[in-house]
Design a protein. Structure first.
Ligand SMILES: *Cc1c(COP(=O)(O)O)cnc(C)c1O
Length: 230
């Protein structure tokens, strides 16, 4: 096995162990391989090892790689910060967007989603108190925004995501993930299914799985340390 296949296997074992430990069905946890800063060949190696979904944060390099990999079945998730003047490129090239923070961006993505593509899957990014970046909406505003977005026909609101500041212990790591799960449970209704909890990365995926993560976004543990500083 090549290094990427070996690390991918290791991440699957971590997910399996955590799912077993916390009584979660493993099939309910999707692994998103965060391939930002990685060359297309690394993504190809992961695809060959059975990985299907890839997360990208930087649009220009993402589009280059997407174009180099049109012969594959890769599914593309935009996990970076959304800028108004880039929504069209996002709407045209991605299957999912995890960091939606405003109705304005939602409307633009909706209007710019090409008719020949299925609706764009989106998650609202929530800024919990200990957020690493300042991106994200306040938890109090999430329900109202979710309902407005739900009305947009070319978007499919799937759930919520968060990117907490790094924490050392499992208990500390679980804290924001638990807050996200509770928020999801309060917003979720029959009309607003909100099944997705996009949370957990290389260093805290066990804590996220313990709290109900349905998508873990893992970069370093699959592709090795990132050396390109952006
Ligand atoms: C880079 C990134 C990740 C992956 O982080 P790792 O620590 O490399 O697993 C996950 N989510 C977002 C939003 C990121 O930007």
């Amino acid at each position: 096995m090549n290094a990427i296949a070996t690390r991918l296997d290791n991440v699957h074992q971590r997910i399996h162990k955590a799912a077993t430990k916390y009584g979660r069905p493993e099939s309910a946890i999707q692994l998103l391989a965060v391939s930002k800063t990685r060359p297309a060949e690394d993504i190809r190696a992961a695809l060959e090892a059975g990985q299907h979904c890839f997360g990208e944060s930087y649009l220009q390099e993402a589009i280059e790689k997407i174009q180099q990999l049109t012969d594959t079945q890769a599914q593309w998730h935009f996990i970076g910060r959304i800028q108004s003047n880039k929504t069209k490129i996002i709407a045209e090239h991605f299957d999912w967007v995890h960091g939606l923070c405003s109705f304005k961006h939602a409307q633009r993505l909706n209007d710019q989603r090409p008719d020949n593509l299925p609706s764009l899957n989106v998650c609202l990014q929530i800024n919990l108190s200990n957020e690493a970046s300042k991106a994200g909406i306040n938890p109090e505003d999430a329900a109202e925004l979710a309902h407005s977005i739900q009305a947009l026909p070319r978007l499919q609101l799937q759930g919520i995501m968060t990117l907490p500041a790094p924490a050392k212990t499992l208990e500390q790591q679980r804290h924001p993930f638990q807050a996200l799960r509770k928020l999801r449970d309060t917003i979720k209704t029959n009309e607003l299914p909100l099944d997705t909890l996009s949370m957990g990365m290389s260093n805290d995926l066990e804590a996220a799985i313990a709290e109900g993560a349905t998508i873990v976004r893992v970069g370093t543990a699959i592709f090795g340390p990132r050396n390109i500083k952006k």
